[in-house]
Design a protein around this ligand. Structure first.
Ligand SMILES: [Zn+2]
Length: 431
């Protein structure tokens, strides 16, 4: 599924080593609790600003407790927690946003808009500085907001555990504080359709687990389903003038692109998730309409029925969980997303600017660059095939076909598989 004009914000690859010298100790700096930070990102195509909206705490921290002060992937933006003096980095997290994608649309040239973004960080024991940065295509900071968080601030609201919505584990590999928690959220399922939602969750989870490396890494993941009914069945389809009242108010036609299904109601989404262990969000939309969208460390949304929906779910999960890029391209090359001279941060594309940081070590001896697509071993033969990231020229992908390329590919290509496995190892600290 097309991620649409993903933000042109590109950066270097693996975001560098952890800041060595600083010995990490989760419990020295953080409580076993979560601080939810809601922000507003606002602007147009050439200016932007970040505002803090509100803060909320809840018991339990379910994110990683290792590799706290470094990133597995650069993403298009970062949130960084330092001590009060700004000397030691205590926690980092990267992400991409719908806002940055929107900034590359025509609409952004004529109107300024605001978008919600929410991040979860471990609750600090003492005052800290929090910095949110949005990057430009040269890996420079385009805008940032730095603010202090005092854990004793009485205006940090508190989530009451008895307000947590009902949820259940569909697959439990272990304690949520040790495993990666993926949460299914129902969108457009009425109260009477919750049984269908449970069935759709199981099929979606099984689709993900049928792909490598998720299959062999099953013991690292918990899958959870939260049950929240929508007033109406189905989701909004603006091109049909069909608007519905649903749990997170998603709709097709995002940025006027028919199949792009997203929600802008991020605070509403996190209101549903408050109190539930959650590191990655999978929103299942109760519709036969083909479509979806996935944004790195933000959420993915996909139709949960209709032709090819299982492939779409796995593809979008590749975006939202693993930060993988689209490997398909358009021959008319109407847009340049990955300019020459800048290496994308996504692990499954290269502009050959810094190919050594990508899958060069996986190339069979004697592989020509670029590699001719001969139709043989389409999914498994690693090469440097021109065309990817929507561009037919100047961007290269690792295999002729892959789950990040077409719905017909039976699995992720070897390079995508390695990228996912590295990320899981980073999050679970098992090498
Ligand atoms: Zn791939």
């Amino acid at each position: 599924m097309k991620k649409y004009l993903l933000s042109s914000v590109l950066a270097l690859t693996m975001a560098g080593a952890c800041h060595e010298a600083f010995a990490q100790d989760f419990s020295r700096h953080f409580e076993d609790a979560t601080l939810r930070l809601d922000y507003i990102f606002a602007g147009n195509n050439n200016s932007q600003a970040i505002y803090l909206d509100r803060m909320k705490s809840q018991t339990g921290w379910y994110g990683r407790r290792t590799n706290m002060n470094c990133l597995p992937l650069q993403g298009n933006g970062t949130i960084t927690v330092t001590d009060a003096t700004g000397t030691d980095t205590l926690y980092m997290h990267s992400f991409s946003t719908l806002f940055q994608e929107w900034q590359s649309t025509e609409e952004a040239t004529r109107v300024a808009k605001s978008f919600e973004n929410t991040f979860l960080i471990p609750m600090p024991k003492e005052s800290v500085q929090v910095t949110v940065e949005l990057k430009n295509m040269h890996n420079g900071t385009k805008s940032y907001l730095k603010h202090t968080v005092d854990p004793d601030d009485r205006l940090i609201s508190k989530h009451s555990e008895n307000e947590t919505l009902p949820y259940r584990y569909l697959h439990k590999a272990g304690d949520s504080k040790e495993k990666i928690d993926i949460v299914f959220v129902p969108e457009g399922y009425t109260r009477d359709e919750m049984k269908q939602f449970r069935k759709d969750c199981m099929e979606s989870m099984e689709s993900i687990f049928r792909h490598q490396p998720f299959n062999r890494l099953k013991d690292r993941f918990n899958f959870i389903a939260v049950e929240v009914p929508s007033e109406h069945s189905g989701v909004s389809i603006p091109k049909n003038n069909d608007w519905k009242s649903t749990a997170v108010g998603s709709h097709f036609d995002t940025f006027y692109s028919e199949r792009y299904l997203t929600t802008s109601n991020i605070k509403k989404l996190y209101d549903i998730l408050d109190g539930i262990p959650c590191e990655s969000i999978v929103i299942l939309a109760n519709t036969n309409e083909y479509g979806g969208g996935g944004i790195y460390n933000n959420y993915m949304l996909s139709a949960s029925r209709g032709p090819g929906y299982k492939s779409v779910i796995v593809h979008e999960f590749g975006h939202s969980f693993a930060g993988l890029a689209d490997e398909y391209f358009y021959d008319d090359q109407y847009v340049t997303i990955y300019p020459a001279g800048i290496e994308p941060w996504e692990q499954n594309l290269t502009t050959l600017t810094d190919f050594g940081s990508k899958w060069k070590d996986m190339l069979p001896k004697g592989t020509e660059i670029p590699t001719v697509a001969d139709g043989k071993d389409r999914y498994t033969k690693v090469g440097v095939y021109e065309g990817g990231g929507y561009q037919s020229k100047g961007v290269y992908r690792p295999a002729q076909d892959c789950r990040m390329h077409t719905n017909q590919a039976p699995d992720f290509c070897p390079v995508c598989q390695r990228a996912i496995e590295r990320l899981v190892n980073f999050l679970c600290h098992e090498d």
